[in-house]
Design a protein around this ligand. Structure first.
Ligand SMILES: [Ca+2]
Length: 394
């Protein structure tokens, strides 16, 4: 958990799902499948006065940053705020708040009083703390297969999801192809990421980002530094984009938009891919370019495969995306690649629990790059296989 939080720049969909589950009072154990079904019949955004005009009526409505954007800042050094948020607050802030405010004033020239007023209006979300504490470390390696991979995979790779992925790919084919040309990251990977993260924009999180990040920055000491940096980047994004920070929602940890970027990922990797003057994670086209840019930055190798299935078993070797073996070592252990390793001399050893047996894979550098989005073998394999399934279904 710590590793994922500190090292990963994104929050995967499961966090959004947990977030959503809590909002719907349906608990955290509910499956993604059920959630996606629930989302399909749930007019969650009915309160939004604006919808993204780029999405047709058969799709769920989303509110892009551009929709919320007013294109101006009404106070020098400050945010654009809707009238209901542009109010003085009497609440006394903690020393942590005041320290953070001073940092924003000194480092970025924010208006001290306005930022006080803004932070005084944030809600402390106890359930965010509880969810953060609940996230148990990953289960250790099992010695007997129990189908963990099958269960994980079945949340994402379903006929319904594949069909939705085909729709998304068809709709944004030109932009996906342009991203491939500019960044070398193929459509199936971007489609897979957006599918696993948010069901192609269907579940992007309903928590006010500023509430989530303020809660975690000021009342969660264990990760306060990390989240204070994220809050800093979030406030900069809001100011720079001229958008009311209270208008933006996402996961309970502050992940935003189609690809669930954290604010620091926005700052470092997001791009204005539709070139309309705004970098908007809630815009599918900007999200496509931003994800491609992220993968390229993490070392994606164009036209190289991700992983190769092995014949045989290698029970004596440690496995996981972080392992690294020479191909000779893997051969000696009893494995043979089922297709070309494309000249790679080293690979990680991946093991998938199929229920009645283990399936071994050679993990190649592009597999490792996918784990930079979320540090999990299952996650990366699901992204890749979902993308491939959508590609094959087109
Ligand atoms: Ca844009």
């Amino acid at each position: 958990m710590d590793k994922q939080l500190g090292g990963s720049i994104m929050w995967p969909v499961l966090h959004t799902m947990a977030d959503y589950g809590r909002i719907k009072n349906i608990g955290m154990s509910i499956s993604l499948m059920l959630l996606l079904t629930a989302c399909g019949s749930d007019n969650r955004n009915s309160n939004n006065p604006t919808t993204n005009p780029s999405l047709n009526s058969s799709n769920p409505t989303t509110r892009s940053l551009e929709d919320a954007h007013r294109g101006r800042t009404n106070i020098k050094g400050g945010f654009y705020l809707e009238p209901e948020h542009n109010i003085a607050q009497g609440r006394t802030l903690s020393a942590n708040h005041e320290q953070f405010i001073s940092r924003m004033v000194n480092k970025h020239g924010f208006d001290r009083q306005q930022l006080r007023n803004v932070l005084a209006q944030t809600n402390e979300l106890d359930w965010v703390i509880r969810l953060m504490d609940k996230q148990a470390p990953k289960a250790g390696s099992t010695t007997v297969p129990n189908g963990a991979w099958i269960r994980y995979k079945n949340k994402f790779i379903t006929p319904s999801n594949i069909s939705k992925g085909v729709d998304f790919w068809n709709k944004y084919e030109a932009e996906l192809n342009r991203a491939y040309q500019e960044y070398g990251v193929p459509p199936e990977i971007i489609v897979g990421i957006i599918g696993v993260e948010t069901g192609w924009g269907r579940v992007m999180g309903k928590t006010r980002i500023i509430d989530a990040l303020a809660t975690l920055s000021f009342t969660y000491p264990r990760r306060a530094d990390y989240f204070a940096n994220e809050l800093e980047d979030f406030l900069l994004m809001s100011r720079d984009e001229g958008v009311d920070p209270f208008e933006l929602t996402g996961s309970f940890a502050g992940a935003m938009g189609y690809g669930q970027f954290m604010p620091s990922a926005f700052r470092n990797y997001a791009v204005d891919f539709n070139q309309n003057g705004h970098t908007d994670l809630w815009d599918p086209v900007d999200a496509i370019g931003s994800i491609a840019n992220y993968f390229k930055s993490q070392g994606w190798q164009k036209r190289k495969t991700v992983a190769v299935m092995a014949t045989g078993q290698a029970p004596s070797l440690d496995n996981g995306f972080n392992t690294k073996y020479s191909i000779d070592t893997l051969s000696s252990a009893g494995l043979k690649p089922q297709s070309s390793l494309e000249g790679y001399k080293e690979a990680s050893l991946l093991r998938l629990d199929m229920g009645d047996r283990y399936q071994f894979w050679y993990g190649l550098p592009n597999f490792y790059v996918i784990t930079r989005y979320n540090h999990s073998t299952h996650y990366a394999m699901a992204v890749w296989q979902l993308g491939e399934a959508v590609k094959n279904a087109r």
